[in-house]
Design a protein around this ligand. Structure first.
Ligand code: SAM
Length: 181
């Protein structure tokens, strides 16, 4: 069942699904994981809330954000980033994270059409001094490479969960608006 405030045009899924662009060979590569991926954490994901942002000073006002339903301790697994694992080009998507890349293939997790609560995590810029969470790749219990959101410091109940999308993410969007930049 989808959580409160879930948009009707997006499919709620609790586990990643594979798009047809992911070959069997690539799935094997993902099952081998990455050497730098964090181990799967045994603690359960934290309770989070999707909330529409009504504060006029917030740069994503009118959109949604993800908030802590209870205090979240530092370095906790907050929520998995669930979406469609794909190898096709999704440069139009604002919900696409890079999962794996080598000389042959680039794999992403796109939560634009299907996903879970993690798709609502906003970037800290214009909202806070620094992020309180981070996207991390990890090896799931199945052995497959996945992404999740972890806290980097304590997050108080009701506080917005914020990551850094990275300078390159913002530069790419600014270039779309102003190619002279
Ligand atoms: C992954 S979505 C985050 C969830 C989104 N707010 C929503 O309601 O679906 C990324 C989009 O959120 C908005 N966003 C996230 N962080 C932002 C920030 N710091 N300033 C302005 N817009 C932001 C931008 O529109 C961006 O394309």
């Amino acid at each position: 069942m989808s959580p409160p405030n879930w948009p009707s045009n997006v499919h709620y899924i609790s586990a990643c699904s594979y798009h047809s662009s992911v070959s069997a060979r690539t799935r094997t590569l993902l099952a081998q994981g990455s050497q730098t991926a964090a181990a799967s954490l045994s603690n359960k994901p934290c309770r989070v809330l999707i909330r529409r942002i009504s504060e006029s000073g917030h740069p994503a006002a009118g959109q949604f954000g993800l908030f802590a339903a209870k205090k979240i301790p530092a370095t906790r697994h907050i929520v998995d980033y669930v979406g469609e694992i794909h190898c096709d080009d999704r440069c139009e998507s604002d919900y696409d994270l890079s999962l794996f890349r080598n000389n042959e293939v680039s794999v992403g997790i796109d939560a634009s059409d299907m996903g879970n609560e993690a798709r609502f995590v906003n970037d800290y810029r214009g909202i806070s001094d620094k992020p309180n969470a981070v996207f991390v790749d990890f090896k799931a219990l199945s052995g497959e490479l996945r992404m999740r959101v972890d806290s980097v410091c304590e997050i108080k109940k009701g506080e917005e969960i914020l990551v850094s999308y990275g300078k390159a993410w913002w530069r790419a969007r600014k270039l779309e608006v102003d190619p002279e930049l």
